[in-house]
Structure formats: structure tokens, C-alpha cells
Write a protein that binds this ligand. Structure first.
Ligand code: CP
Length: 308
């Protein structure tokens, strides 16, 4: 892997390699400190730049922690204190930064395919931490890792992706990745928030959770992304929860051993009921978030270490 721009540019072997390496790092993080020390310096001569044009808790923090755990150093470029506020263009900013010799850039941007713009301006590898509604490849990789580690496989699973699918880069990357790995996907969304999925043979869309959850092995809930919605698309929160909120009653329609995922951030009692988030057996949401660390360690390792 030279870059991580989207799932479309990965093949199945790349995906399997990330999942395998992530498993290695997940086990390493559970091992004693002396074992972990063998890997704390594998990227010790690398300096990684993060450029986040949108807020983030999980992605930014886990990429930073992954870098530190492998011995790399991180420079955080902060949009609010940058010279973009003085009228400098993004393209001139990238030309400037490309002269400093970073070993990789991790970028999140609201514009469609912005990581490709960064890649065209920099000599170093670029990792997409989420662009527009289009792609969030490291999230899809950690979701796949979570599914595989909890269900033992991805092929043949039936995964429901529910809610504001049309504005979701997570959904888009998951549809690509889970399709490549042989899963079937049920998209469950109100008509206004459901994209055209007719080009995908592995995707079926449903208007209601009652229809779409039947037979599902995993249920992935999505946040209503109001920052990307037209005013007309924004449903009233209480009505949305009545129509599309995941409750225990609705979850019982899925398979009895179905797990619940949510990439985060989540709005409790808008998309998902409190007692589903906190269900000690079925909810794997915080385990999924924690898997961001080993998966992003694997991504840095595969892109930056000399072994590959
Ligand atoms: N899932 C995700 O991308 O979360 P953040 O926006 O907090 O990074």
C-alpha cells in the first residue's frame, strides 16, 4: 500500500493484509510492555502530518495514538490557526508544506476527493481520514475488522446499515468494502436519506427497520448528518426516533446473536435508544471505536515501515 485514499483503490488482498496486521497489533496491545517495546520504534524516524478540516474525536485521536505507539512523531496542522485565514489558497498551503519533508499526511476534508488533491501536491503517502460524503476508508477497515473478529468471517454476513445513508462516507466505504469481502448489505433509510444503490448486486434497500432487519447478523446505525443536509431533509428528532430509531423491540427482529455497531459520534435516543447503546451483550460500539487504534497502527505500518 502506497496511500489509503478510498476502498475502491484497494484489492481484496490489501484489505486482508490490513485486517491481519490489525489483529497482530490488537494482540500486541494486550501483551506485556516488554513485548510491546519491540514495536515502539519501527517508525521512529518518521514524521506524520495531520490536516483536519472537520472536527474529529475517534479518527484524529486514534491516528495520533497509533503513530506514538509505533514511535513516529506527529505534527498537527490546525486549520483555525493556519494562514488560510490570511487568504492563502489550499493549493499554495500544500506546496509550502510539501517542502518540509513529511513522511505521510493524514487528511480529513469536507470537499469531494480532497485527499487526491493533497496526493497530487505531496511526494509522501496520503491517508484519507474522511472526505465529503464519499469515503472514510480507515473507518470501513476498522468496521470490517470488528465484524471479522466478532463473527469470525465477513463473507456471507448480512449487515444492515441504517439511517442517513445518503450523506454518510462511512456507509459509502462500507458498501464498497463489505461487497468486496462477500457480505450482503441491507440499506434501511427513509426515502429522502437513501442513495441509489441499484449498481450494487450485494445491496438491497428497505424503507423500514421492521422489513430490513430480518435475518441480519449485524446492525450498523448512522448519525443524522445535519451538517450535510438540506433544511428540507432534516427530520424532527422525536419523529425520526419513532420511525427509524433502533429500540430493543426492533433489534429483536434481527438474528438473536446480532451485534450492534455505530461508527460514532452517535445521538442517543435519536438514531439509537440508550438501552441498545448500553446493551452489555449486543452492543459492540465502544469495542468498535477501540479497534480504531490497532487498525490505524496496521495502516501506518503497511504504508510506512520498511518491512513492506
Ligand atoms: N467515526 C468517526 O469518523 O468519528 P470522528 O468524526 O470522531 O473521527
Amino acid at each position: 500500500m502506497k496511500n489509503l485514499l478510498d476502498i475502491e483503490s484497494l484489492n481484496i488482498e490489501d484489505i486482508k493484509l490490513v485486517l491481519k496486521r490489525a489483529d497482530f497489533y490488537k494482540n500486541l496491545l494486550k501483551s506485556d510492555k516488554s513485548e510491546q517495546k519491540k514495536y515502539t520504534n519501527i517508525l521512529s524516524d518518521r514524521v506524520i502530518l495531520t490536516m483536519f478540516f472537520e472536527n474529529s474525536t475517534r479518527t484524529l485521536t486514534s491516528f495520533q495514538m497509533a503513530a506514538y505507539r509505533l514511535g513516529a512523531k506527529i505534527v498537527n496542522w490546525d486549520v483555525s490557526s493556519s494562514s488560510l485565514s490570511k487568504g492563502e489558497t489550499f493549493s499554495d498551503t500544500l506546496r509550502c508544506i510539501s517542502g518540509y519533508g513529511f513522511d505521510a499526511v493524514v487528511v480529513r476534508h469536507h470537499e469531494f476527493k480532497a485527499p487526491y488533491t493533497v496526493q497530487n501536491s505531496m511526494e509522501c503517502p496520503v491517508i484519507n481520514a474522511g472526505d465529503s460524503w464519499r469515503a472514510h476508508p480507515s473507518q470501513a477497515l476498522l468496521d470490517a475488522y470488528t465484524l471479522k473478529s466478532l463473527k469470525g468471517r465477513i463473507e456471507g454476513l448480512k449487515v444492515a446499515i441504517c439511517g442517513d445513508v445518503i450523506h454518510s462516507r462511512v456507509a459509502n466505504s462500507n458498501i464498497e468494502l463489505l461487497g468486496k469481502m462477500g457480505a450482503d448489505i441491507h440499506i434501511i433509510a427513509p426515502p429522502a436519506l437513501c442513495p441509489d444503490v441499484s449498481k450494487y448486486a450485494h445491496v438491497t434497500s428497505f424503507d423500514t427497520l421492521e422489513e430490513g432487519l430480518v435475518g441480519c447478523d449485524a446492525v450498523m446505525m448512522l448519525r443524522n448528518q445535519k451538517e450535510r443536509m438540506e433544511a428540507a431533509d432534516i427530520p424532527d428528532d422525536a419523529q425520526y426516533f419513532r420511525d427509524y430509531g433502533l429500540t430493543q423491540e426492533r433489534l429483536s427482529i434481527a438474528k438473536s446473536d446480532a451485534i450492534v455497531l455505530q461508527p460514532g459520534p452517535m445521538n442517543r435516543n435519536v438514531e439509537i435508544a440508550d438501552d441498545v447503546v448500553d446493551d452489555p451483550i449486543k452492543s459492540k460500539i465502544f469495542e468498535q471505536m477501540a479497534n480504531g487504534l490497532p487498525v490505524r497502527m496496521a495502516i501506518f505500518d503497511l504504508i510506512l515501515s520498511e518491512e513492506y
